[in-house]
Design a protein around this ligand. Sequence first.
Ligand SMILES: [Zn+2]
Length: 203
Amino acid sequence: MLLDLLAPPLCWSCRSPAARGDPLCRACRRSLRFLPPAPVALRGLETWAPVAYEGAVRDLVKALKFRGAAGVASAMASLIVANAPAGLLAGALVPVPLHAARRRARPFNQSALIAGAISTRARLPVADCLIRTGSKQTQVGRARAARLTGAGTIQADGHPPATALLVDDVVTTGATLAACAAALRAAGARQVGAIAFARTAGR
Ligand SMILES: [Zn+2]
């Protein structure tokens, strides 16, 4: 993208100079805390992420979410593909969908950007087959009944892949991923796993 070419290569976390093509400077890259290679079960779903959601990782997630920085999605995908346990990257990549309200405010979905970058590296197809209904806007100034919709309703649009690997930027409780997995299974997916760039993890 033109913006990437014009921007000086500065670290997205601390704004120190960084090598071209790397969104983090060497010090911030060294600060990344890698998580164990085995997936964890969150709400019954095998979920894996390469790094802990803290420090410079938070800044990368923000840069992707609010700026759509293509170089950041690419760097996240590199870390995922380079560190994923054998056999994990299989099936079709299914990005976690954005809320309808956020879709109107932003032209991109950060999960889809990460899935696209993984797809290029790992040669896996992307199946953007989930939709989320129930607007976030209903949570502001509306009846309590509307707030109870929480994450909204997630549905599969058409036929999901038989083997699906959900992709998100950050996983915390796994509630959204579990709702996505349930929607995929209800629509016929037989095997569902999940990956994210980062996971909240205590020390
Ligand atoms: Zn830095």
